[in-house]
Ligand binder design. Structure first.
Ligand code: PHE
Length: 380
C-alpha cells in the first residue's frame, strides 16, 4: 500500500522499537510529531486525504533541511474513525512515542474523545478539520486551523435563504455525530433568524443503510430543500433513496460531503446539491494551484480535496510554531501556536483567536456530474 511507504512503515517500526527500549537511536535528534486519523474504516477517505497533506508538508520541510536544524519524524496512527480508537492512538503517541505535538483528528467526535488526554498530558494538538466548537473548549493545548460550525451553519442558511430564496427546509441529521448535531442546530438557528421555516427534523445514526422511513416523513412536509450535515458515506445513500422515493428537494450539506467517494456512492442523485467547504481546488489563486500541482506530482495525479489542504496547513502551522518557539518543548510549542496570526495557508489566511479557532472564509460548492463547482466565497 502506498500509505505504508508514505508514513515510512519501516521507520515507524524502528521508532517503536527505540521507544520501547528507551534507547537513543541515530534519529534521536528528530522532532517527533504524532498524527492520528481514520486510515481505514467507513470514513477512510478523510483520513487518507489528511495524511497525504500532512506527509507532504513534512517531506517538504525535511527536504529543505528540517526545522531548528532538525528533521521532523511523523508517527502516524490509524484510529479507524472510531472515538475509542482515537483515544487509544493518542495515548500511545504521547505515552510511548513521546511526541512533542499532535495533528488530528478531523471528525469532531474523534477529536472530542482524544483531546482530553492531550490536554491532561500538556501536549499541543492541532486539528485540521474538526469544526464543532466544543473541541477547542477542552483546553488551552487544543487548536484548530479550520473555521467552526456556527459560522458554517450560517453560511449554508444564508445560501439557502438569500441565494436560493428558499422558505421551507427540512433537516436530516446524524445523531451519533457531534459535528452533525451541532451543525444542524446552527443552521436551524440562522435559517429561522433569516425568516425561513424548518418544517421537519429527522435523524439517523452513522452506519445506517436505509433512510426510507425518515425520507417518507420528510416528504409529507414538502420541503424545498433538505439540509443533511453528515459524512459522505450516508449522504450518498440518502441522495439515492430520496430520488427513488420521488423526493426532489434540493439537498444541502456541509464539509462532511467532501470526498470523491460521495459521487461514487450517490451518483446523479446528487446533481444540483450544494455544500459548504474549506476551499475549492479550482480556485485560480497561484498559491492554491501551486499546491494542487505539488500534490498531484507527489500522489499520481490525485487532486487534493479540502482535507488534504487542511492537513497540509495544520502541519505547516505547527512546524511554523516550532520554529518560532525555537524548541520542541510542548509548552513552548503551545505558547507559540497560540500567537499564530496571518499565516498564509492553502485554505486561507490562518489567524487563531482567543479560543484557538481559526477565523476564515468558507466556500459553497455545487455538485455537478461528479465535480464540485465553485459558487461563492463567504467571509466571516
Ligand atoms: N468538520 C467535520 C467534523 O468536524 C470533519 C470534516 C472536515 C469533514 C473537513 C470533511 C472535510 O466532523
Amino acid at each position: 500500500m502506498k500509505l505504508a511507504g508514505l508514513a515510512g512503515a519501516g521507520m515507524l517500526a524502528g521508532a517503536l522499537i527505540l521507544a520501547a527500549c528507551g534507547k537513543k537511536g541515530p534519529e534521536s535528534n528528530d522532532i517527533l510529531i504524532g498524527e492520528f486519523g481514520a486510515l481505514t474504516g467507513s470514513i477512510a477517505s478523510f483520513g487518507q486525504s489528511t495524511h497525504k497533506g500532512v506527509a507532504l508538508a513534512v517531506e517538504e520541510v525535511n527536504a529543505g533541511g528540517g526545522v531548528l536544524g532538525r528533521k521532523i519524524r511523523l508517527i502516524t496512527e490509524d484510529d479507524q474513525g472510531k472515538p475509542e480508537e482515537a483515544l487509544t492512538a493518542v495515548t500511545k503517541l504521547i505515552s510511548k512515542d513521546r511526541v512533542s505535538a499532535l495533528i488530528g483528528e478531523f471528525a469532531s467526535s474523534n477529536s472530542l474523545a482524544a483531546a482530553p488526554f492531550a490536554q491532561q498530558s500538556r501536549i499541543p494538538m492541532v486539528s485540521h478539520g474538526s469544526t464543532n466548537p466544543k473541541v477547542t473548549q477542552i483546553g488551552d493545548y487544543i487548536f484548530r486551523v479550520c473555521f467552526i460550525d456556527p459560522f458554517q451553519g450560517e453560511v449554508m442558511a444564508k445560501f439557502a435563504r438569500n441565494t436560493l430564496k428558499l422558505d421551507r427546509v427540512a433537516i436530516l441529521r446524524d445523531i451519533k455525530s457531534d459535528y452533525s448535531v451541532g451543525l444542524a442546530d446552527y443552521f436551524t438557528k440562522s435559517f429561522t433568524a433569516l425568516g425561513g421555516t424548518v418544517v421537519a427534523d429527522e435523524s439517523y445514526s452513522a452506519g445506517d443503510k436505509d433512510f426510507n422511513a425518515q425520507l417518507t416523513a420528510l416528504k409529507g412536509k414538502t420541503p424545498a430543500a433538505i439540509f443533511v450535515p453528515g459524512y459522505y458515506t450516508e449522504v450518498g445513500l440518502i441522495a439515492r433513496q430520496a430520488r427513488k422515493l420521488g423526493v426532489h428537494a434540493i439537498l444541502l450539506g456541509g464539509d462532511g460531503w467532501d470526498s470523491d467517494k460521495l459521487w461514487e456512492i450517490g451518483g446523479e442523485a446528487l446533481n444540483g446539491s450544494y455544500f459548504s467547504n474549506h476551499y475549492s481546488v479550482d480556485n485560480p489563486s497561484p498559491v492554491i494551484q501551486g499546491f494542487v500541482e505539488q500534490f498531484k506530482a507527489r500522489y499520481d495525479g490525485e487532486k487534493p480535496d479540502a482535507l488534504a489542504a487542511l492537513g497540509y496547513d495544520a502541519a505547516k502551522v505547527l512546524i511554523d510554531a516550532i520554529r518560532r518557539a525555537g524548541s520542541d518543548d510542548p509548552k513552548a510549542i503551545r505558547d507559540s501556536l497560540a500567537t499564530t496570526q496571518g499565516f498564509a495557508g492553502i485554505t486561507g489566511i490562518i489567524s487563531l483567536n482567543e479560543n484557538r479557532d481559526a477565523v476564515k472564509s468558507a466556500v459553497v460548492l455545487e455538485v455537478k456530474d461528479g465535480k464540485f463547482v465553485y459558487k461563492e466565497t463567504v467571509d466571516p
